[in-house]
Design a protein around this ligand. Structure first.
Ligand SMILES: [Zn+2]
Length: 268
């Protein structure tokens, strides 16, 4: 079976010691491509990573959490945004914009909401300008994010306007997103006993609208411990769970999500 990890974070300390060894073994674990989500402070490392490994592609964007801190303008500004647009236009391995969106799961995020909305919208415009699909982060803000995306009227980039990363709200919301032209990305959360509505979502969303992701180093799927460091080799546990929920063979899930991802990210 072959898998595509539609969203991962491989830059950073938690992978510094053994990233090369992990990446050397990726094909043995069936991992065909990885889309590394690259924040504004990681642009150089992200570009280098994609240069070094053929199977690594990039998305780039400013996650909402950074925008709100006291040093928010270190993470996003007009200048940084222009630089990202420039990079996205000339680097063929940049295949999506994001993650970006809104999170309201901490007090400083709630306090910084207006700032989050401002930079979210600016980045949606940037994605439109460079013609890339978006990777959307939405945490405790599902109606707000939905409304902003509805207003943004992003173009379809070939296989959808964007993906809802680590989707974890209602099945109805997932279906509304699908109707609007978005894909739903399923993470290790689906393997947790608490993920009742995500199970419902997986049941109802057609296979051709699903992607899979690890969001590693976070969200390690069961049977591993949730606090263990996650990596793309664990995608098979997500695939197995989706197969179990849908009552179809895992091969079919792997094949469909791989083909969806290649179309969505326009990887030939
Ligand atoms: Zn992420």
């Amino acid at each position: 079976m072959k898998y595509v990890d539609s969203h991962a974070h491989y830059i950073g300390r938690r992978f510094d010691k053994d990233r090369h060894k992990l990446f050397t073994d990726m094909h043995k674990n069936g991992v065909k491509y990885i889309i590394n989500s690259t924040s504004t402070l990681e642009l150089n490392e992200g570009v280098q990573l994609a240069k070094k490994y053929d199977f690594v592609y990039l998305s780039l964007g400013d996650g909402c959490a950074y925008t709100c801190g006291p040093e928010g303008d270190k993470y996003i500004s007009d200048e940084i945004l222009d630089n990202m647009i420039h990079l996205a236009k000339r680097n063929k391995k940049i295949v999506a914009w994001g993650e970006n969106g809104i999170g309201l799961n901490r007090l400083e995020l709630v306090n910084g909401l207006q700032n989050q909305i401002y930079w979210f919208k600016r980045q949606l415009e940037a994605a439109k300008q460079v013609g890339l699909p978006v990777i959307i982060h939405s945490r405790d803000a599902c109606q707000l994010v939905f409304d902003i995306l509805k207003d943004a009227r992003l173009p379809d980039c070939g296989y959808g306007k964007g993906m809802l990363h680590c989707f974890n709200s209602s099945a109805q919301m997932a279906l509304d997103y699908v109707k609007m032209g978005y894909l739903i990305s399923i993470s290790g959360i689906v393997t947790y006993p608490s993920a009742k509505h995500l199970v419902e979502t997986v049941k109802k969303v057609p296979l051709e609208k699903l992607l899979i992701e690890t969001d590693c180093p976070y969200l390690t799927p069961e049977p591993h411990g949730r606090k263990d460091r996650n990596h793309s080799g664990n995608l098979k546990f997500i695939v197995d769970k989706i197969a179990e929920i849908k009552g179809i063979p895992p091969e079919k899930v792997a094949e469909a999500t791989t083909s969806n991802a290649m179309s969505f990210f326009n990887i030939k």
